[in-house]
Each structure stands twice: as C-alpha cells, then as structure tokens.
Design a protein around this ligand. Structure first.
Ligand SMILES: [Zn+2]
Length: 141
C-alpha cells in the first residue's frame, strides 16, 4: 500500500480528525489545533508531502517549513502569551514529518520539563471552544 493511503497525515482521515482540527494551509505545511488542550494553544504542523524527517527535505522545502513553523509559533505566542513554546518532532512510529508546537506556562503543567505527548488527565473542549481557538490562531497568522 502507498503512503498516501495508509498515512493519516496524507489521507487526513478520521484518525487525524480524532486528534486535531485544521487551522490553515501554509506554503509548506498544514497547521492543526491539537484537540487535547492540557497545554492551552497546542498545535501541530504537518509537512505537505510524505517526508520522514528534516534530513529528507530539499533546502527550499526546509527553509519554507521552518518559516511556516516560526509563523505558526508567532501566532500561538500572540494569542496565548505563554512563557515558552516547546517544539517536538518524534515520529518513532509515524513516518511523516510533523512538529508539535506546545505552549508552556510558568507553574503550569510540566513547566520546566518535557511536555507530555498525551497527559494523563486530558483536557477536551467543546466544539464552540475549539472553534474560538482555531479562529483566534487563524486571525493571527
Ligand atoms: Zn504521510
């Protein structure tokens, strides 16, 4: 089977929609709001095209993806005003380049440590609340 039919970053199927909500298409990526919102404003930036990691990118793709990442992080910073933003690109079991963009708040959850991929006490929001976050981030891109 091809990546296009098995990788949920490529298919954008229900598996992806269960985890995140699309905010915007950027030149080299798609920006999503992560539904689990323990870290308020947490997003994910998925590379456009099935590439396994930064080392596989052409120089132009790399530069544009990093620009997209900075653009997304600036929007998150502007909307949520966290003390820091953590970036995570792991992909041990999912071979499609993506970065977690995780706002961290002083004295907040796992402040001073690595963010947790899936915190124990999950923070789910209402559809209205998700829409408000998506709109706020989109308006600040
Ligand atoms: Zn893919």
């Amino acid at each position: 089977m091809s990546y296009e039919s098995t990788c949920f970053h490529c298919t954008k199927d229900q598996r992806l929609q269960d985890l995140m909500i699309e905010i915007a298409e950027l030149p080299q990526s798609t920006l999503y709001l992560f539904k689990e919102q323990t870290y308020r404003g947490r997003c994910l930036l998925s590379f456009k095209g099935h590439k396994g990691g930064l080392t596989e990118l052409e120089p132009k793709e790399f530069t544009q993806y990093m620009q997209d990442l900075a653009q997304a992080a600036k929007a998150v910073q502007k909307v949520f005003n966290p003390q820091k933003i953590n970036y995570g690109a792991y992909s041990d079991t999912l071979a499609h380049l993506h970065f977690h963009i995780v706002p961290k708040y002083e004295n907040g959850y796992s402040w001073g440590s690595t963010f947790e991929m899936m915190p124990e006490n999950k923070m789910w929001l209402s559809e209205t609340q998700y829409s408000q976050l998506v709109e706020s981030i989109r308006a600040n891109l």
